[in-house]
Design a protein around this ligand. Structure first.
Ligand SMILES: *Cc1c(COP(=O)(O)O)cnc(C)c1O
Length: 425
């Protein structure tokens, strides 16, 4: 933790001088408990070490990219081998074709793949492909859903102008009537509907997709000749070895992938069906690093492990064990503690905690016990975790709930989250 004389504290002070705001985006100290470490020095398996050398069992998994463990030996060996041969070259290597073959072989709806670096590249490209395919402008997407940090979708308004947000209509996730209303309002200008695999917005309970809503999104796109996009960037391969809506029998036209597809190496992908192939071939998209070979080598090895190991069954069982154990301990301590979403991507919120003061205190008490959990964002299970790790987390939680109980009446409001109580939720 960030004690007064810690290296973390020193780095924060230096960062404040040379990095705007000291940090940006989801790691901004403005949104996390003060004792949350800001800087890390290494990761191995399911653990991370902060800049002061403290070790944590890490339930953030780098916000998703860590699926098989940090510094996973087979994946990193493939990466390093390719670095020795060549990474960013004048053009791609054969690995690009192999990776596209591997992904289209695994994801039922996909007939082709395009590679990029970040999830935002993939979601932005999905929007452009939809507009090229339909020759229409309007995107219908769920209110509060995160699709990246480009001007069309970034959650913060600073620097964004009205025209960046033009031609977008919003619905409430899982609410068929609101989806139909947005589509009706789009009229003959509907280019695409965006959907997350399940509702995984920050600060609120998560929700599984209602199959009737998913089917209705498919029907509305078909009736309008628009494209259905499922944004798998966060949840991909933690619910299924296929697109996760294949579990409810709905196939999108486009799906966007990132985060864990190369277990932390920088690559993301847009996958599509034949229907959208001509449009995808017509747009101009590229990037200096989009053909880099080493992340593709890591991606191929990651996909092999996804196909050939029981990682999904194991992380599901570990997630279920965590959920059951936490529920027991929370209720023994007398807390209403909501664990929502799939057990491989859990989110924790306390009842009667509008400004998250209980959540912040619980996260801090877990940190003090060597477990990194998040007070308002979904977390991630990884295949490097063991039953013993989960049991360690449960022991930590028992102590953290007891500590919270002792402090709960004196907890100060979390001023940095005052915007939540102001109704922004
Ligand atoms: C993280 C995320 C993105 C953006 O991915 P980046 O790699 O951060 O650009 C898009 N969609 C979802 C659902 C995400 O979780």
């Amino acid at each position: 933790m960030a004690g007064a004389n810690s290296r973390d504290r020193e780095l924060r002070e230096r960062a404040a001088a040379v990095i705007p705001g000291g940090m940006y985006g989801h790691q901004s100290v403005a949104l996390l408990p003060d004792d949350c470490p800001q800087f890390f020095e290494r990761g191995e398996g399911a653990h991370i070490w902060d800049a002061d050398g403290r070790r944590y069992l890490d339930f953030m998994c780098a916000y998703g990219p860590n699926l098989f463990g940090y510094a996973q030996p087979e994946i990193d060996a493939a990466y390093v081998r390719q670095l020795g041969l060549g990474d960013t070259l004048t053009g791609p290597t054969a690995l690009m074709v192999e990776l596209a073959e591997a992904l289209t072989g695994m994801v039922s709806h996909a007939d082709w793949a395009m590679f990029c670096k970040n999830g935002t590249d993939a979601t932005s490209m999905a929007l452009v492909v939809s507009r090229a395919h339909t020759k229409r402008k309007t995107v219908v997407r769920a209110k509060g859903a995160y699709h990246g940090a480009a001007a069309w979708c970034t959650p913060r308004p600073a620097g964004v102008i009205d025209s960046d947000r033009a031609h977008q209509l919003f619905y409430d996730y899982n609410d068929i009537a609101s989806l139909e209303a947005a589509v009706a309002q789009a009229g003959d200008d509907l280019a695409c509907i965006f959907a997350a695999p399940f509702k995984h917005d920050a600060f609120i309970d998560q929700a599984e997709p209602d199959p009737a809503y998913a089917r209705r999104a498919r029907e509305l796109c078909d009736a309008a000749g628009a494209l259905l996009v499922v944004d798998e960037v966060r949840a991909g391969f933690r619910l299924s070895r296929d697109c996760s809506w294949s579990r409810i029998g709905v196939q999108p036209d486009l799906s966007t992938w990132g985060k864990c597809v190369a277990n932390g190496h920088a690559i993301s992908a847009l996958l599509g069906s034949d229907k959208a192939r001509a449009a995808a071939a017509s747009i101009y998209v590229t990037g200096s690093f989009w053909y880099a070979a080493a992340p593709m080598a890591a991606g191929l090895e990651t996909l092999r492990l996804i196909r050939e190991t029981d990682y999904l069954e194991r992380i599901t069982a570990l997630g279920d064990r965590l959920r059951a154990g936490l529920a027991e301990r929370a209720s023994a301590a007398g807390f209403g503690f909501r664990q929502t979403g799939p057990s491989t991507l859990p989110l924790f919120l306390f009842d009667d905690d509008p400004d998250l003061r209980k959540g912040f205190c619980f996260a801090s008490e877990m940190l003090a016990r060597g477990v990194y959990v998040h007070p308002w964002h979904n977390m991630f299970l990884c295949a490097a975790m063991t039953e013993a790790d989960i049991d360690q987390a449960l022991d930590a939680a028992e102590g953290a709930f007891a500590a919270l109980k002792r402090q709960v009446r004196e907890l100060a409001p979390v001023e940095k989250l005052a915007f939540l109580s102001a109704g922004a939720r």
